[in-house]
Write a protein that binds this ligand. Sequence first.
Ligand code: PLP
Length: 373
Amino acid sequence: MKPETRLVRSGLPEPPAKPAAGAPIHPGPVFASAFRTPGEIADSPYSYARFHHPTWHELERAIGALEGGETRIFPSGMAATAAVFAALLKPGDIVVVPSDSYHTTRALSREYFASLGVEVRMAPTANNAQLAVLEGARLVWLETPSNPSLDVCDIAAIAEVAHRQGTLVAVDNTTPTPLGQQPLALGADISAASDTKSLTGHSDLLLGHVSAKDPELIAKIDRWRTLSGSIVGPMEAWLALRSLTTLPLRLEKQSRNAEAIARFLAARSDVAHTIHPALPNHPAHELAKRQMQWFGPIVSFTLPSRRAAEKFLTASHLLMEATSFGGIVSSAERRARWGGDKVSEGFIRLSAGCEDIDDLLADLTQALDAARG
Ligand code: PLP
């Protein structure tokens, strides 16, 4: 089965098996903290819901099939990131993190793991610059495309060098989702993501996951989840499972809309710098085309000033002024308002939703015109 068919059938039994006669087509969430466990614990598939849970299991099966590895879900993208760091790093280890990664990943490594005695090295995503500081590292964390500047690095090339010297490779795969890019197939040891974004895509839940092929790595991630209690409630897991069934429809529409918006913005003289991997002037355009099936929803661009950016966002009728990305409703924000990223005051991160592209382009036109006044 193609990934799209698998996704539409998320939560259903593997063909040729079918749901029992009279069973709902899509089973609902299982609300349980404890399960009947007579006699030997190993004889029951479930015992206590911090260890394992049937609704998680269905979601992990669906995401794992996309990633090409075993999967564990977490209550947010940062919980997934923290699980990888906590399960794999010990004092004296070296971790390499992108200097342009999602800013909270940098903060986590600097403020928490560095103080536990882990050496944190940073280098940019563009031009595979992390290779220059890889020597002796236990783990290299990649984020490609990076958020919010959409730089791209070569997962396969970095994995090859890293593996020669015994360094593990983890990829934050949030922006493309595992339908748009499969890090494990490209040679990474771990694919992790915030599923708060396109993977679930309705701006109504936080979620994350970690996937790996190596059973030993997954066992460490699993153990961390059980010990730390970093777990997902059944309702969130079920909402995510339901959302996953429409990922192919949403990601395709978002990616096509983002690309059309990028081309539109690149042709406007009042937009200084439009960044999107589909644009031929993106420094890693060819690599991105090779490495990714879908580029995802984000387009970044710069207006001349903070005032112009604020006027644009206020004038837009269809862009929800909000942080995060990957929702079905298009959104945008002036990124510099948060601090933490090296971006100018007029830098806007836009997330294309699933609206009709003509409506989006008409709205962008009137909002850009208003921002000039
Ligand atoms: N990784 C990336 C690339 C992100 O953009 C984000 C959030 O914006 C995260 C991780 C963290 O995800 P969450 O907010 O679900 O914890």
